[in-house]
Design a protein around this ligand. Sequence first.
Ligand SMILES: CC(O)(O)NCCCCN
Ligand SMILES: [Zn+2]
Length: 554
Amino acid sequence: MKMGTALIYDEEMTKYKLLWVDPVCKIEVPERLIVSYEALVKSGLADRCVSIPVREATDAEILLAHSEEYLEAVKKTPFMHLEELMTFTQKYGDVYFHPNIYHCAKLAVGATLQLVDNVMTGKVRNGMALVRPPGHHSQSSAANGFCVFNNVAIAAQYAKKHHKAKRVLIVDWDVHHGQGVQYCFEDDPSVLYFSWHRYEHQSFWPNLKESDFDSVGSGKGAGFNVNVPWNKVGMGNSDYLAVFFHVLLPVAYEFSPDLVFICAGFDSAIGDPEGHMSATPDIFAHLTHLLMNLADGKVCAVLEGGYNLTSLAQSVCQTVQTLLGDPAPRPAQLGGASAPFPEEPSSKNRRPAQQGGSQGPEGDAGGDAQREEEKVEEKEEEEIVWPEPLRRVAPSLRSALLLPDAVECPDGCARFTCVRACSPLNATVLLRSPSPPQGCGDTAGVMQAVLGLLLPLGYQYEPGLVLLARLPGYQVEGGLWQQLTCLLQGLALGHTLVLLQVIGITASCLLGNAALSLGPLVAPGPEDVGSFERLRLRLQTDWPLLQTTGTFRD
Ligand SMILES: CC(O)(O)NCCCCN
Ligand SMILES: [Zn+2]
C-alpha cells in the first residue's frame, strides 16, 4: 500500500491582494497562505511531506468547468488598470480581481491537478494543496466568493477524464455552501457532493434557496447532492462528528468512491469572522481520519476559506498531520452542543490585527467608517479564545507483535516480548486456534452499526485503549475487519491492542495503511436496521452523540 503525503504550495499564490476598500473582501489576504505554510514548516510537518511543484492549468483543463467566454474575459485582467479591474469586479459578487490573480488562479487549479495526478498514480497516498484563490463558489461563467476558477470541480472532472475515476466524493467542510460545485454536478451521479454550511434560513451568504437540505440533485444526479444547512451559529465538535457518523459516512460508504476531495475551508473553525462556529482545530484531525478509509485512502484536501489566521494555521496542521498517519488527538468538548471555553485560556489564541490587505486609494471616504467597523469586529473577535491543540507525538515504533516463534513477522512490524518494552502506538497478540468459522452479519449492517453506534459511543466514551479481538464465532470478513481496525484508531490516541488469529490484513492497518475499499454497499437488512434503531434509541439519552433528531432541530 502506498504511503506518503503530498504538500503542494507555491508562494507565488500569495502575490495578489485587494487593491481598494471592500469590507466584504478584506479578509481574503495573502497572509492566509503564509501563516498556514509557516506553521507546517515550524511544526516539522512540511519536511515529512512529499513536496510537489505547482504548475499552471491549461485552458483545456479550466474549460472542464468554465465557459470559453468567462475564461477569455479573465485572461484580459492582467492588462487592466485599477479602474478597469474595479469595473470588471462589479460584474461578479463578493470577489475582487488583481493583475496577478489570473496567474494565481491558474496555479491554484494546476496545484490541485498535480495533487490528483500524484494520488491517482500511487506516487503518494494522499495530500494537501495549499492554494488561493479558493474555488468552490466559482461557476461556469462567474467568479464569486473570492473564487475565480473552481479548483475542486475542475479536478473532479479531470480525475474522471484522465484517471478513469468512476465515483468521486467531494466533502465540503468550509462554512459557506460551495454552490459552484453543486451546480457543476447537479445531474451527475458519478460525483457525490456533500456540504455543510452556515445558512440561518437563507439569511447567510450566499443566501440561496438551493443551499437548503431539499436540494438533492436532479435527474440522474438526484440523491448525489447532500446539503446540511446550519440554521444557527456556534455549532461545535459534537455537531460535526454527529453529521459525519449519521449522515456523511453511511452515504459515503454506500457510494464507495474511488477518489475523495475535501473542500478544506477552515472558516468552519472557532474564531472565524465568517463562520462564528465553535468547533476547535483538533476536530479536523478526526474529520480527516474518518475519511481516510474511503477510496483506499486516496484523499485530496484542497484549501478553500479560513480567515482567522490562528485557527486556520492550527486546523491546516491538524489536517496534514492526520494525512501523514499520526494518531488523532483526544477530541475536545464532546457531548452535546459546545459549551463556552473557560475564561482563562491556556494560550492567547487571538486573531492578529489584519496586516496589509485593503489600504484603499488615498483619502477614501470609507476609511473612518471601516476603521469603526473593524474596531467593533476586533473587539467581538477578541473575546473568542480556545486551547492550543496538544502536540501529537507519533512513537517511533508504530506497531509491535507478540507472535508464536514459528510465525513470521510482517514487514514494518516489530516482534516484542512485552508491550511495555517498546511502548508502540499499537500492539497485537496473535492467538493460535483452529481456523475461524465464516463471518456473520452482512457488510452493510455491520458498517451501519460501526458508523451509527460504535464510533459515536467510542468518541463519547474517550477510552484510553482500544482492544480489538478477532476470535472464533463472531467473524467479520477481511475488508470489514480492516475498516474497523483503521477507524477505531481514531480513538485513544491510536493506542490499539488487537487479539487475533490471522495477522496479515490487520498488520497492514496497524501500520497506518488505509483499509481496502468495501465496494458499493447495499442497504442493510431490515432486521439489522430495526435492532440497530431500537438500540440507538435506548442508548441515546446517555450518549448524546447517538442523537440524530434533536441535534439538528433548530
Ligand atoms: C472560499 C469561501 O467560501 O470562504 N469564500 C467565502 C466568501 C464570502 C463572501 N461573503
Ligand atoms: Zn468559506
